[in-house]
Design a binder for this molecule. Structure first.
Ligand code: URA
Length: 241
């Protein structure tokens, strides 16, 4: 990787300001002053310092976002705000992306990373990673829907979902809504909404609580994010191995 690109990615400003640091003889690689931004470096091996301070290299970044409604699960969009826009500038430098999609009006757990291998494993249909959602449903959900989900729901395009565990948390006969939790094993487009449509019910509100071993940290306010803990990363890696 080029030295100037590496420094820009590790937060030393734009390529232009990095160029100035290099010109000002502030940058050393393995204790030699480097004068050319295009110098090739191997960040995992080389000792790169700016003004005598070692620049630490981190290849992969993992963030847990409590996605709010109204932002889209994409890296860029001309019209809508994306989940990446919610990260601060420094955290956007490693080109992170969301692992899978939540609808614009869905909130909850979203993993954001630049680790393509881990993302691929988590999204692989072969892995059938459990995803747990909480939802408010229009109408009263009961045994009929629980059984239908248990016996496999067929979506509008003929796709047959794996048996899903539906639990009714509470019902409100006054406003004719039900609060439910459902665990699904696939990641089809609008899957939870379409599963409820298949049993003639409508999702009013949807929130993802977990994905595989990763559980939404409820102390994270909507729209906020934090790096995964070492333990959470280790669990995800063990799970996707
Ligand atoms: N199922 C949906 O219908 N929407 C989501 O955002 C996630 C799962």
């Amino acid at each position: 990787m080029r030295l100037d690109k590496f420094l820009a990615h590790t937060g030393y400003g734009t390529r232009k300001s990095v160029k100035e640091l290099i010109k000002g003889k502030k940058v050393t690689v393995n204790e030699s002053v480097i004068r050319e931004g295009k110098t090739h470096v191997q960040p995992e091996k080389d000792v790169i310092s700016v003004s005598g301070e070692r620049v630490h290299y981190q290849e992969f970044f993992y963030f847990m976002l409590h996605k709010p409604q109204g932002v889209i699960s994409a890296t860029e969009d001309k019209v809508h705000k994306t989940v990446i826009d919610l990260l601060n500038h420094q955290d956007q430098l490693s080109n992170p992306f969301p692992v899978g999609r939540l609808d614009k009006d869905t909130e909850g757990l979203l993993l954001i990373t630049n680790d393509g291998v881990l993302a691929h494993e988590l999204l692989s249909p072969r892995k059938e990673v459990d995803k747990c959602y909480e939802a408010i449903i229009e109408g009263i959900v009961g045994e009929k829907e629980i059984k239908a989900f248990e016996q496999s729901v067929m979506l509008d395009d003929g796709f047959v979902c794996r048996p899903a565990k539906l639990s009714v948390l509470s019902t409100s006969p006054a406003d004719q809504t039900s609060k439910i939790q459902v665990i699904i094993h696939e990641g089809k487009f609008h899957q939870v909404k379409r599963m409820f449509e298949a049993v003639e019910k409508k999702v009013q509100y949807l929130k993802r609580l977990s994905m595989g071993p990763l559980v939404l940290d409820e102390s994270l306010k909507t729209g906020h994010y934090r790096p995964l803990t070492a333990n959470e990363i280790a669990e995800l890696k063990a799970f996707t191995k």
